[in-house]
Design a protein around this ligand. Structure first.
Ligand SMILES: NC(=O)C1=CN([C@@H]2O[C@H](COP(=O)(O)OP(=O)(O)OC[C@H]3O[C@@H](n4cnc5c(N)ncnc54)[C@H](OP(=O)(O)O)[C@@H]3O)[C@@H](O)[C@H]2O)C=CC1
Ligand SMILES: O=C1OC[C@@H](O)[C@H](O)[C@H]1O
Length: 359
C-alpha cells in the first residue's frame, strides 16, 4: 500500500479477462475528481497469454504501464500486488480466493462469493486467519443511488413505513444459442438465474426492508420456487416475509429482460420505482405519493461514459477500508454475504437445484 495526494492506493491483480473484469478495470481506471482511492493494475492473470495481452490492449493506461501478464498463481505470488480481483465463473471463486488468501493477498471476489454458504464459511475462516481483507463484489450496494434511497426510505421515511416490495432481474440470455460451455448454461460452471442475477433482487430485499446487516438481521421466512431446465434454474421466484410482516417478492429469469423499472417499494405514504439499464445497474428513481397534492420526485443519476458503470465505488470503499486496517467492509460485511448465500441455498433447497460440485 502506498499513498498519493493522501488518497489510499491499491495495487490490483486481476484474475480472468472476461466481461466483468473488463467492466471493473475500465471503471477503476477512470480519471475522477471524486475518487476516494487510487487504483493501479499491476498484474493480469489469465488462462492464456494472448487473452491477457488482448485485455491489456483494451485500456490506454494499461498499454502505457504494461502490467505483468501470467497465470493466476503467478499473480498471487507477486510482491507488487496488494489485492486480487476474482472475475471468474462462480464455481472457481472458492479455490482461487483461497490461493490468493494463502499468499497473503486481500481479495475482492465477484458475486456470488461462492456457490453456497458452506464454501464461503471456508473463505471467511481463511481470510481471518491470514488477517486479510475479503469482500464479495456486490457493487450495487455501493452506488450513490442506492445509498440515497436507503437514506430516504429508512431515515427520512419518505414513503412512511414500507410494507412490501417487488424486485425482478430478467435477461433474455438466449440459452438455445449459447454454447454448452457457456458459464450461463453449464451447471458445471454454476449456471442458473438465481446465483447469476436473482442475487440482485434478494439484495434489494435486504437493502430496503431491513436496516440491520448480517448476524443482526431481522429474521425472515423464505418460500422459493424454481423452474429447472437442463439442470439449471431458468427461472426462480421467492417470497421473503420478515418477522415484522414486511414482504418482498423477488424473481429472476433467463427468458426475457425486466421492465425498465425493476424494483417497486410500497409504503403507507406512497411508492418508489427504481429503474435503469438492468437489475444490477439502477440509475433512476421515481417517488409517487398517495396524497395527490404532493408532486412526484424523480431523479436520474449519470452513468456510463466518463461516469463509468459504478464499480469504482466499491473499489474506493475497499481502498479506504484497507488503509484503515479493516478486513471487511461495513456496507457489505462478511456475515451479510453469508446470509445472502444461506438464503440462496434455501431457495435452491426448495427449488431442487443442486450443483454437481455439491453432490
Ligand atoms: N458484478 C457484476 O455486475 C457482474 C458480475 N459477474 C460475475 O463475474 C463472474 C464472471 O462472469 P463473466 O465475466 O460474465 O464471465 P466471462 O465468461 O465473460 O469471463 C470469465 C473468465 O474466467 C476465466 N475462466 C477460467 N476458466 C473458465 C472456464 N472454464 N469457463 C469460462 N471462463 C473461464 C476466463 O478468463 P481467462 O481465460 O483470461 O482466465 C474468462 O474470460 C461470475 O461469477 C459472475 O457472476 C458477471 C457479470 C456482471
Ligand atoms: O451480475 C450480473 O449482472 C449482469 C448480467 O449480465 C450478468 O450475467 C450477471 O453476472
Amino acid at each position: 500500500m502506498g499513498s498519493n495526494k493522501q488518497l489510499p492506493t491499491l495495487k490490483w491483480g486481476i484474475i480472468g479477462t472476461g466481461l466483468i473484469s473488463t467492466w471493473f478495470v475500465r471503471d477503476i481506471l477512470l480519471n475522477r475528481e471524486d475518487a476516494k482511492g487510487i487504483h493501479e493494475i499491476h498484474a493480469i492473470g489469465s488462462s492464456n497469454e494472448l487473452k491477457g495481452n488482448d485485455f491489456v490492449n483494451k485500456f490506454d493506461k494499461l498499454q502505457r504501464n504494461r502490467p505483468f501478464i501470467g497465470s493466476y498463481d503467478e499473480v498471487y505470488a507477486r510482491q507488487d500486488v496488494d489485492i486480487i480481483y476474482i472475475g471468474l465463473p462462480h464455481v472457481f471463486h472458492k479455490e482461487q480466493a483461497l490461493k490468493a488468501i494463502d499468499q497473503g493477498k486481500h481479495v475482492l471476489v465477484e458475486k456470488p462469493a461462492t456457490i453456497n454458504a458452506k464454501d464461503f464459511e471456508v473463505l471467511i475462516k481463511a481470510a481471518k486467519s491470514k488477517n486479510v481483507f475479503l469482500m464479495e463484489g456486490v457493487w450495487v450496494r455501493f452506488k450513490p443511488i442506492i445509498l440515497e434511497l436507503q437514506h430516504l426510505i429508512m431515515k427520512e421515511k419518505i414513503i412512511g413505513d414500507v410494507y412490501r416490495m417487488f424486485a425482478d432481474f430478467g435477461i433474455d440470455k438466449k440459452l438455445d444459442n449459447l454454447s454448452d460451455n457457456s458459464r450461463l448454461k453449464n451447471a458445471n460452471l454454476g449456471a442458473g438465474s438465481l446465483l447469476d442475477i436473482g442475487i440482485y433482487p434478494l439484495t434489494y430485499a435486504r437493502l430496503f426492508l431491513d436496516e440491520r446487516l448480517g448476524d443482526n438481521h431481522k429474521k425472515f421466512d423464505v418460500v422459493g420456487l424454481q423452474t429447472l431446465r437442463n439442470n439449471i434454474d431458468s427461472m426462480s421466484s421467492a417470497v421473503l416475509k420478515y418477522e415484522d410482516g414486511k414482504q418482498a417478492i423477488i424473481t429472476s429469469t433467463m427468458y426475457n429482460n425486466s421492465q425498465e423499472n425493476f424494483v417497486k417499494i410500497d409504503g403507507e405514504l406512497g411508492s418508489i420505482e427504481i429503474g435503469g439499464i438492468g437489475g444490477s445497474m439502477p440509475t433512476k428513481y421515481k417517488i409517487t405519493f398517495k396524497n395527490k397534492e404532493s408532486k412526484p420526485i424523480e431523479k436520474e443519476f449519470p452513468s456510463q461514459g466518463d461516469y463509468g458503470l459504478g464499480f469504482q465505488y466499491e473499489a474506493d470503499a475497499i481502498a479506504e477500508d484497507i488503509s484503515q486496517g479493516k478486513i471487511q467492509n461495513d456496507l457489505l460485511p462478511l456475515d451479510e454475504s453469508l446470509l445472502i448465500l444461506r438464503t440462496l441455498d434455501e431457495i435452491r433447497r426448495q427449488g431442487g437445484l443442486i450443483y454437481p460440485q455439491e453432490t
